[in-house]
Write a protein that binds this ligand. Structure first.
Ligand code: G4P
Length: 304
């Protein structure tokens, strides 16, 4: 299946970001904690060169807790400021202001030396579609925020949000990039719902998801669909079990694999299957399969 999806509005949005980057002190990048590497747009590294950086592992409530810790350590070791957040419940958001100050310490110091007082930090908020950017901005800005309207040098219609005297945010549309590095990246983006479902084949995607779940999250599958999963069960066997457990049949009692596939993918996306991380960092650490949030068998992502 070809996962590539880069509609024209994304090219336009990228151009808008490039035009505004000179006004920016800090890049706040949201990624999905279930696929922290696959959900990073490589164009952002280019765009954010020489800027302070803050990486937010959003939807951390849907990802494996042990994996969240590993990813946090992984990105911190690479010089990024990192926070696990849940934009929906607001968890983790309170720590952001302090981290923003820390990330922009040099700029604040520079301003102070030049006698510039109270110039707010300007941050651009970026992330792929469906990563939770709107939810984040709404929760973080809360009711206190006011849209600041147009700024000098900013194209009309850009959305600046003034949080307080210290911080202004520039909201941007969710964008992907023209060519994914690998099939796995495309698949991961499809699984979390960042690629338009209309171009996807759900049974193939569900098959891929089941492969991952059988390798690392078998007990969750068994519990959700109330079934024993024999050691040698194939992806097709499990999909057939789901059809049976959820009564997905076409006329004539024929299993409706498509319906079961959609159901499985929805259960994964919403967290009803449990906390699942689809990729792990290659940080040379042994996996502990006996620990809670077992991540045995999940791909370790090759990066850099
Ligand atoms: P976007 O602007 O980046 O495209 O994403 P948006 O905020 O619209 O969020 C996409 C979906 O992800 C929404 O669910 C939202 O509620 C959910 N979401 C965002 N952040 C989190 C989080 O930290 N944890 C969890 N569990 N979910 C999060 P939806 O189903 O489209 O809407 P709704 O039913 O929640 O209203």
């Amino acid at each position: 299946m070809n996962y590539q999806w880069y509609p024209g509005h994304m090219t336009k949005a990228k151009r808008m970001m490039q035009e505004n980057i000179k006004l920016i002190d800090l890049v706040i990048e949201l990624v999905d904690a279930r696929i922290p590497m696959s959900s990073r747009n490589p164009d952002i590294d280019e765009l954010g060169r020489n800027k302070s950086r803050l990486l937010l592992l959003n939807k951390s409530d849907l990802a494996d807790e042990a994996a969240n810790k590993r990813w946090t350590a992984y990105f911190k070791a690479r010089g990024l400021h990192v926070l696990e957040i849940n934009a929906k419940s607001g968890q983790g958001l309170r720590a952001i202001q302090g981290i923003v100050r820390e990330a922009c310490r040099e700029k604040i110091e520079r301003d102070r030396k030049r006698g510039i007082l109270n110039r707010p930090i300007r941050a651009i908020v970026v992330g792929i579609p469906n990563v939770g950017k709107s939810t984040f901005i709404n929760s973080f800005a809360g009711k206190a925020c006011t849209k600041t309207g147009n700024k000098p040098g900013v194209t009309k219609g850009k959305q600046w949000i003034r949080l307080n005297r210290e911080l202004e945010l520039l909201d941007t549309p969710g964008i992907l990039w023209p060519k994914f590095e690998s099939r796995e990246v495309g698949r991961n983006l499809a699984l979390i719902g960042s690629i338009n479902d209309e171009i996807l084949q759900m049974t193939e995607l569900a098959g891929d998801l089941l492969g991952i779940l059988l390798a690392g999250y078998r007990p969750m599958l068994a519990e959700r669909y109330r079934t024993d999963i024999p050691e040698d069960a194939s992806v097709t066997d499990v999909l057939a079990h789901i059809c049976e457990a959820r009564k997905c049949y076409r006329k004539g009692q024929e299993p409706d694999y498509e319906k079961a596939s959609q159901l499985l993918i929805d259960d994964f996306r919403s967290g009803r299957l449990g906390r699942i991380t689809l990729e792990l960092p290659q940080d040379g650490k042994a996996q502990d399969a006996s620990s809670p949030g077992e991540t045995k068998g999940i791909e370790e992502t090759e990066h850099e």
